[in-house]
Design a protein. Sequence first.
Length: 79
Amino acid sequence: MFGIGTVIVGSWLSEGTKHYHHVLRKLQTLGVDPIGFGLRYRATHYEREKDWERWKAIYPRLDWQIKVNIDLVGSGGIK
């Protein structure tokens, strides 16, 4: 049964990665940043207004590297 569970979790990881990549691309396409990546950028690049303008140019072209982790807390039967 360990092998079957591994396959299922592997599938979840793959699907989760695809899902989050799609969501982030959609946010970029819409030009919105509800997660706050821009705030993080601005907090570390606070020198000039030019840095913020640079972020606005960079954000639509970002390439995401996504890593999904799944921690199974428990398992059991379903009633």
